[in-house]
Design a binder for this molecule. Structure first.
Ligand code: PMP
Length: 323
């Protein structure tokens, strides 16, 4: 779907995947005016096809658009474009447990010019890709590198928007983490390098020995994850207390050492729930609990995937049928 100042949203079409022809001075190539989303369509236990909370992605896409000075795609167009693509590509949803069709809606500034100003033309597209279960043989605990060199987002910046530039800026930290032998990076806040924020592509939760959960609050510098929101609701449904509070890296290390912190996990659309077993930084390494998958982490993963696959009731209406 295209957008221009004169015509608004127009030219909606589904086409076979093919390369784009782009002008070398297209605005997105120079100033990174780009936003995207990620969501999954699943086949349910009764043979239906559903998307998981696409309305939440539609809203986040509008929020990202406003932050990047782009036009807001109406929710009906976002939802209809995803639904139509899932219908067209339904044969590609893997039947293996945990398989899904991953949808990547995105929008780029498509006007060709070199001045620094919002583009007057945009191109919105959705591509689909079939994905298998993220973890073969169940969840595996990952190791994380807490970066004290690089920050992901500063107050007033684009941290709460899902724009490509955030990820471009995080790649060097991810590479640093991998060099240190870790699977993923954890970012701290930019101002004090003290408060835990999120991973490169996942939000983070902490579990304490009194059975409570804690996740960093939405301060404007972290992405408001839809999986994060779902886990908060599921945990509260199950009678667990969830606090959205700042948590320092120093406290994290102390609580893991004293045994007060029993589990930690990351969450996002791609891997759903991922246990964190090992933590490393320039200040040394420590283990969380037994270093494996904690009980509550496993319970959250099981509860969420059961809803997504239509194997458990869906009390919040999170499944959106693709008829
Ligand atoms: N944080 C970041 C930086 C992400 O890229 C993602 C993935 N979209 C998340 C958190 C998790 O968000 P969601 O649960 O909506 O996938």
């Amino acid at each position: 779907i295209r957008w221009s100042e004169s015509d608004g949203w127009h030219d909606a079409a589904i086409t076979a995947r093919r390369p784009l022809t782009i002008d070398p001075s297209m605005a997105v190539l120079h100033y990174a005016q780009e936003i995207f989303e990620g969501l999954k369509a699943y086949r349910t236990a009764n043979g239906g096809t559903v998307m998981f909370r696409p309305e939440a992605n539609a809203k986040r896409f509008r929020d990202s658009a406003r932050r990047l000075a782009m036009p807001e795609l109406p929710d009906e167009l976002f939802l209809e474009s995803c639904r139509l693509l899932v219908k067209t590509e339904a044969d590609w949803i893997p039947t293996v447990e945990g398989g899904a069709l991953y949808l990547r809606p995105f929008m780029i500034a498509s006007e060709a010019f070199l001045g620094v100003k919002p583009s007057a033309e945009y191109l919105y597209m959705v591509i689909a890709s079939s994905v298998g279960a993220y973890w073969k043989g169940g969840a595996r605990a990952i190791s994380v590198w807490v970066s004290e060199t690089y920050a992901r987002a500063a107050a007033g910046g684009t941290g709460a928007a899902k724009c490509g530039g955030n990820y471009a800026a995080s790649l060097v930290a991810q590479a640093e983490g991998i060099r240190e032998g870790c699977d993923q990076v954890v970012f701290l806040d930019a101002a004090e390098r003290r408060w835990v924020e999120e991973l490169g592509g996942m939000n983070i939760f902490f579990v304490f020995d009194d059975g409570t959960l804690l996740t960093p609050p939405l301060t404007g510098t972290i992405l408001p994850g839809i999986t994060r929101d779902s886990i908060i609701q599921l945990a509260r449904d199950q009678g667990l207390a969830v606090r959205e509070e700042l948590y320092s890296f120093e406290q994290w290390r102390a609580d893991a050492g004293s045994g007060r912190l029993t589990e930690a996990f990351a969450c996002g659309t791609a891997a759903v729930v991922t246990p964190i077993g090992q933590v490393a930084s320039a200040h040394g390494r420590f283990t969380i609990g037994s270093g494996g998958t904690g009980q509550l982490t496993q319970r959250m993963l099981d509860s969420l995937t059961a809803i997504q696959r239509g194997q458990a009731p869906d009390p919040h209406g999170w499944l959106s049928p693709v008829a």
